[in-house]
Structures are given as C-alpha cells and as structure tokens.
Design a protein around this ligand. Structure first.
Ligand code: UDP
Length: 418
C-alpha cells in the first residue's frame, strides 16, 4: 500500500503588487485553497517589493508612473523587454538579486507547490527551485504559472519548463503555445476572481434598492481599475451631461483625489461616487452598462455578470488585446472619446434587445468557477508529483512545520500577507 495523498499542503504564491491584479488573483487562489482545506498553508509573497532593494523595490511606483504619466514610455519598455535578446539578459542580472532571496523563501516554506502570478517570477524562480531541491535533497515540487492577463501578455510569463500554465482565454492559449509551451501543459481555466462572483443576486430591483439606487433607472457603472486611473472625470461629465434617463455610479478605486473631486461636483443625473469598494460584484450585478479601461480583472468580472462594456482606454502592451477581445466577441465596444461614449451609451440604452444579446454573449464567456478550477488543476499537479515521488526512492515528508531551526525568517500566518 502506498502513502496517503497529501492532506495539507504548503503552497507558495509568488506575486508582486505592480498593478492590483496580481495580488487580487493570488488572494482569490489563497481563499479557494483554504476553502477546500483549512489546513493548507498558503503563503503569498510579494517578491519584488518585499524581498529586493532599490530600484526593484520601487517597481510598483515605476509601473504606476509609467502607465499613468508616460504610457508611450511603458509601450517602449514593454516591447523592448519582450525582445528575445533582451529579456534573457535581464534575467541574468535579476538572478544576482533574486536567487538568494528565493532560496531563503524556499528554505522557510519548503513548499509542496509553487505558483507564479507575475511575469517576472517564472523562469528564474523555477530554476532556483530545482537547484534548491537538488541541494536539499527534496522531492520535486511542481511549479505552475497562472497568467493574470486576459489575452495578450509579456513573453516573460511563459517558461515552457514549468509544469502547468493556466490561461484565461483561447486567445491567450494560442499565444502561450506560440511561445514554445507544450499543449499538454496549457489549460484554459479563466482568470482567478473572488468567490463572491459565483453567487450573484438574481433580483436586480431588490439589489438596486439595497445599494441605495433607483430600481427603475438604468445604471451606468464607470470604473477605472483598482487605482482609479484615466480620464474618468471627463467621461463622467460627458455621460451625465447627455441627459440620459439613467443613473451613474462612479468607482474611483484607490484614487482618493479623484473621489474627492467628483464628490465636490454637481451632477445632472443621479450620481453615486464611491471610493474603493469590496463588493464590485454587487455593483456590476446591479448595472446595465460598464464603462471601463481594458483591465483584465474588470473585464473577466463583467463577463461573469453579463455586463456589456464600453472600453475607453487601455494600457499599451498587456491590455491592447483585451480591446480586440471585447470587440471581437461582441460584448462591447472601444470608444475613447467622452462625447462619443455618451452617444454610444444612449444608443445602447435605447435598444434593449441589442443590450440583452450582448448580456447573453458576455455571460456565455464568463467563468465564475475559474478560481476553483485553477486550484483543482494545481492540486492535481501535486497529486501527480507526489505519486512520482512515491515511485522514486526519495522519502516524502508531506507535512511538517516549515520554520527551520536557525532560519531568520519565520513563516507568516496563513492570511497575514494579503
Ligand atoms: N476593484 C475593486 N474595488 C474597486 C475598484 C476595483 O475591488 O473599488 C477591483 C476590480 O474588481 C478588479 C481589480 O480591482 O478585480 C482591477 O483589476 P484590473 O485588472 O481590471 O485593472 P488594474 O487595476 O489591475 O489595472
């Protein structure tokens, strides 16, 4: 008789807070692992911001500055670092900084599974894990990548030697295969989203009342990613100024300045201004139309909610393909100019049959169970690999406390690093 399959696992999720999507996806996976088995230990580590030094430690600020203030620079940076000659040399330089830090993380957590949710954390952490396992005579832990972009992404996401690559769409799968990954390893499972998106309220009227909205007026939801970036004010003015029979909900996210500015303004139609909200699923479920930048998380969530969307901007590079995705699947349109946005929204609201058809198409593309499906695929990887280990002569210790004597880094609690 063989050893029992693992009951409780140590899972290490590698991400970085360059844009909110990586953390949100890691957090959704963490919650799902714990929902499936509260004894799993799921550690989230922001490798770039917490385990490096200047200037890498400032990657979040650099990213935010580039995408908001100098999108042209971001575009050049993105496409230059995607060149086949450039990014291997970047990895070699990064290796000097990251290798000792990753080894320490592996020493502390001794993971049964490592998952990357960041474009910079694939090739190198996978190589370091293999070396570390050989040095410590550990059984081989699977390494997986969960791509948190929807359709187009930086090539650094794809290391053909990882054990599994989870992607959100067929478009992304095609791109991953083109970058040399084997089709055996690539699964189209959707984008990790919060569990709340699995269970949306069906009664829209009651939901609107609960949110303090007028149950009879159509709802236009204006979002701008987690950071509230882009021409939100101009769009809001144009839409509110178009005298539509509708109400406007503006989510400013973490942009407090924007929130304060919008709250100080007078509006021609009923308008609700919110800061960062935790219940995006409710606001989306209550809405008729979404105006948003082409953020992958927001688009994936809107599809689940069957919410037609009008994309007004995108981050060059990784978000460009999302615009084509929305247009190609006829779940929305790309309209960058504020007055034109107001005109298109009016035409949509005046045509309920077209809006309903878009709703249906969106729902058909949505993947409310993506997070659960991804976690199941990851757990299956561990099962397969512990099976392999049982066949080998290496002894597998499936569960023991990760705090190694003499380690300077003590393992954080399961949820302390969200
Ligand atoms: N979001 C949220 N509360 C807010 C605004 C945004 O929870 O007040 C979430 C949104 O639901 C989505 C994420 O932030 O999951 C934004 O991700 P996206 O990929 O769309 O854009 P990013 O902010 O990463 O550029």
């Amino acid at each position: 008789m063989g050893t029992n399959p693992p009951q409780a696992l140590r899972v290490l999720l590698l991400f970085s807070d360059t844009g909110g999507g990586h953390r949100a996806a890691a957090h959704a996976l963490q919650q799902e692992f714990l929902a499936q088995n509260p004894h799993h230990r799921v550690y989230m580590e922001d490798v770039l911001l917490q385990h490096t030094f200047w200037p890498l430690r400032e990657s979040d600020r650099f990213y935010f500055w580039a995408v908001t203030r100098a999108p042209w620079f971001w575009k050049v940076f993105y496409h230059t670092t995607a060149l086949p000659l450039i990014f291997p040399s970047l990895y070699r330089s990064l290796s000097l900084v990251l290798t000792p830090r990753l080894q320490r993380l592996y020493d502390v957590y001794r993971p049964h599974l490592v998952v990357s949710l960041h474009p910079v954390l694939n090739h190198l952490p996978r190589e370091v894990l293999r070396r570390w396992e050989r040095q410590r005579e550990r059984p081989r832990a699977p390494f997986a990548t969960v791509i948190t972009d929807l359709t187009t992404f930086h090539p650094s996401w794809v290391d053909p030697h990882v054990d599994l690559i989870s992607v959100a769409t067929e478009e992304a799968r095609t791109a991953v295969l083109r970058l040399g990954a084997s089709s055996r390893k690539v699964r189209v499972l959707g984008l990790p989203v919060r569990a709340a998106f699995r269970d949306l309220p069906a009664d829209r009227g009651a939901l609107r009342r609960r949110l303090g909205l007028d149950p009879r007026r159509p709802v236009i939801l204006l979002m701008a990613g987690g950071q509230g970036m882009g021409p939100v004010e101009a769009i809001a003015r144009a839409v509110a100024g178009a005298s539509l029979h509708a109400q406007l909900v503006i989510v400013a996210g973490r942009n407090q300045e924007l929130e304060a500015r919008l709250k100080a303004m007078r509006w021609a139609i009923p308008t609700h201004i919110l800061g960062f909200v935790e219940d995006v699923h409710l606001w989306m479920a209550a809405s008729d139309v979404l105006l948003t930048k082409a953020g992958p998380g927001t688009i994936a969530e809107a599809l689940i909610c069957g919410l037609p969307m009008l994309i007004y901007s995108y981050i060059p590079g990784q978000e460009r393909g999302n615009v084509d995705f929305v247009v190609h699947h006829k779940v929305g349109a790309f309209v960058p100019e504020p007055q034109e946005i107001a005109r298109v929204v009016r035409s949509w609201l005046d045509d309920p049959a077209m809006l309903a058809a878009m709703r249906q198409r969106a729902q058909a593309l949505g993947r409310p169970h993506a997070t659960r499906d991804i976690v199941n695929a990851l757990l299956a990887l561990v099962d397969m690999s512990s099976g392999r280990s049982r066949e080998s002569t290496t002894r597998v210790t499936l569960y023991s406390d990760p705090a190694s004597p003499g380690s300077r880094m003590s393992p954080p609690s399961r949820t302390s690093r969200q």
